[in-house]
Design a protein around this ligand. Sequence first.
Ligand SMILES: [Zn+2]
Length: 227
Amino acid sequence: MFFKEKLDLVDVKIRIRNLNRTGIYFDENLECYILNYNEESIDYTLAHELGHILLSKKTNNLIFANPPFSDDVDETFFTVLDYLINVIVNSLVSRTNNLYEYYKSFFHFYINLNVRFRNKTELVAFIISTQLEYQFNLKPEDKGTYFFMKMERYYTTLKKQPNFNQKKFDNILLQLNNYKKIITSFELQEIINFLFEIIGMICENFNYMDESEIRNQFHIFFPDRFL
Ligand SMILES: [Zn+2]
């Protein structure tokens, strides 16, 4: 497979299944990764899913390519975490072996989707993640009013939410610049800090979870780091 070679993953055992929902996990019994893939998705989707494996290898942490299936995982927390991990995965893939152009067309596709959100927290997380993609993964020459206009749609929805606090939201946006180095270093502890801090800002500022609940969720994903 083209992307497997590009990402230097030819030795990794992967089975591709045609499924509506895209995603990846490691099947212990089959001893291989299962990549669920909707054939109607764009090519980059495959590269992205493989990117989860690459990030796992780089950080030596299987969780990025094999998320836990547990009733204790809060669905919104999982969605928010996934959005942010995806930014790091895309950062890695778009910087590997000339895959940037594929990434760019994906971002174009992604920003045009009409994503549905369970609640305000997921909407905020989506906006933050696209903002991170825009700031760090898109090359300067590709940034322009077009993407901004597309992202504006979500801002408009957010601003209409009851009790929306502009100040708190702007404050999160201001912090994002501090993370440029982290999402390109691919160092495990730095990635975990990034995830914990941004999720903290999103969930606490918009009153979804308090810090101890966030810690409990993180413990499921990174048990040896969150005791
Ligand atoms: Zn992903």
